[in-house]
Design a protein around this ligand. Structure first.
Ligand code: UD1
Ligand code: MG
Length: 455
């Protein structure tokens, strides 16, 4: 088997992004561009992956971890110079090397494999992945001779007006004979408009040495997008979302308005779940079957079971078990665990709390830092008072407790199972099983008072 290597170029700052964040770390559908690229390269199959890092090297390494080896490009002298930094790791290896940019997040493993196959079929020493663009502005143009054979790539800034009219673009992705690549790179100069070592110059060099150079024109132009600025970033997001949404619909998820549904790339959704417009589902979220996610809900890094209803609510880093529901207008903040059949109604905030099965928190309530048992009814306007100005404290409420409306439960406090809290109580002491706790001033009725007031 031919050895397959991959070099991912990710050392540039991305000045056209005008950003403090390094270009390849800008997320598309919730994942940094360079992670999309590495994922597709892994899927295509590669014996070794080397990522060229420079600007933000540590941050890029943090994201990719052990999925890649790294070579540092201290000064960004161009894409040719970038690839040369992998010399010490790969130079003497027999095999085929895929070079791909960290800013082309839409390329798929299928296309990379097609490129690889084409390269081998043609017996080429270099094969460029190209696409025909309606508007080729900004890309390198692929020049061919009268017979249609590739001669070289010319960058936009170096192109004559005639060359600039060529619509076939270089996607920045190539297959090379590994040894020839590193040999040719030593011959690349900087005599161009940007004074950089251009990787595409390798094509002309190999050509002049009589080697076979090929170009594989890919079918799906959308994949070719190189993200150099925020406009392209938005376009990449749009294309990626379309792809993600199609996959979910094919898997049996109903999206009422796919063009207004924002699902990150790693999200999993079960069949027969219905998602309304304006919904955002982010990060590592898993949603089960037969759920309903209503308009304008936002769910991130959470796990939802089956038959769950979320209506116009936010769920963050939390878990909802089967048949539970929330909303409208409620918020699960991080570390909330909602049991089976739990009902959370409107204007409820839950944070760092567990609610066991069949418990109900219907209206206008704050549940922070608390453990609630089963089958509890929390009345409207209840507040779990968890903060004393300095420290957070936890409250515990046992099974079958009835908490009357407008109660304050001042933590740390334990309400044992099968007990009652009277409405309007401010509870500071533990409540034993079977008790009714009333903690409010007694009512006094003053007779014949009404007529004494002026009216
Ligand atoms: C490059 C190609 C162009 C192609 C386009 C496709 C060159 C000279 N031009 O242009 O033909 O049409 O991609 O999107 O190769 N990088 C480094 N070190 C450097 C410079 C760049 O690692 O010194 C990395 C960047 O982080 C980026 C990638 O290489 O991920 C491409 O660089 P970029 O500046 O975006 O090149 P383009 O102008 O897009
Ligand atoms: Mg680019």
């Amino acid at each position: 088997m031919t050895q397959r290597y991959a070099i991912i170029l990710a050392a540039g700052q991305g000045s056209r992004m005008k950003s403090k964040l390094y270009k390849v770390l800008h997320p598309v559908a919730g994942k940094p561009m360079v992670e999309h690229v590495v994922g597709q390269v892994e899927e295509a199959g590669s014996d070794r992956i080397v990522t060229i890092v420079g600007f933000g090297a540590e941050k890029v390494k943090e994201h990719l971890g052990t999925r890649s080896e790294y070579a540092l490009q201290e000064e960004q002298l161009g894409t040719g110079h970038a690839v040369l930094q992998a010399e010490a790791l790969l130079k003497d290896k027999e095999g085929i090397t895929l070079v791909i940019c960290g800013d082309t997040p839409l390329l798929t493993s299928e296309t990379l494999n097609d490129l690889f196959d084409y390269h081998q079929e043609k017996g080429a020493k270099a094969t460029i992945l190209t696409a025909v663009a309606e508007d080729p502005t900004g890309y390198g143009r692929v020049l061919r001779d009268d017979l249609g054979i590739v001669t070289r790539i010319v960058e936009q800034k170096d192109a004559t007006s005639e060359e600039a009219r060529v619509q076939e673009i270089n996607t920045g992705t190539y297959c090379f004979d590994n040894k020839m690549l590193f040999d040719a790179l030593t011959k690349v100069g900087t005599a161009n408009a940007q004074g950089e070592y251009y990787l595409p110059d390798v094509i002309e060099i190999l050509k002049s040495e009589g080697q076979i150079v090929a170009a594989y024109r890919m079918k799906n132009l959308d994949e070719a997008l190189g993200v150099n600025d925020r406009i392209a970033l938005a376009e990449a997001g749009r294309t990626m979302r379309k792809r993600i949404n199609r996959k979910h619909m094919q898997n049996g998820v109903t999206l009422i308005d796919p063009s207004n549904t924002y699902i990150d790339v790693d999200v999993q959704i079960g069949s027969d779940t219905v998602i309304e417009a304006g919904v955002l589902i982010k990060g590592q979220t898993i949603i089960g079957e037969d759920c309903f996610i209503g308009a304008n809900s936002e769910i991130s890094d959470s796990k939802l079971g089956d038959r769950i209803r979320v209506t116009s609510s936010n769920v963050e880093q939390s878990v909802m078990a089967n048949d539970s529901n929330i909303g409208p207008y409620s918020h699960l903040r991080p570390n909330s665990e909602i049991g089976e059949r739990v009902h959370i109604g409107n204007f409820v905030e839950v944070k760092n709390a567990t609610l066991a099965e069949d418990t109900k928190v219907g209206h206008l309530t704050y549940v922070g830092d608390a453990d609630l048992g089963k089958n509890i009814n929390v009345g409207c306007g209840t507040i779990f008072v968890n903060y004393d100005g300095k420290n957070k404290h936890r409250a515990t409420v046992g099974d079958n407790v009835f908490v009357g409306c407008n109660a304050n439960l001042i933590a740390p406090v334990t309400i044992e199972s099968n007990s009652y809290i009277a409405a309007g109580s401010t509870i500071t002491d533990d409540v034993p099983t079977g008790n009714l706790a009333i903690a409010r001033a007694r009512q006094e009725n003053k007779a014949d008072y009404y007529d004494r007031l002026p009216h």
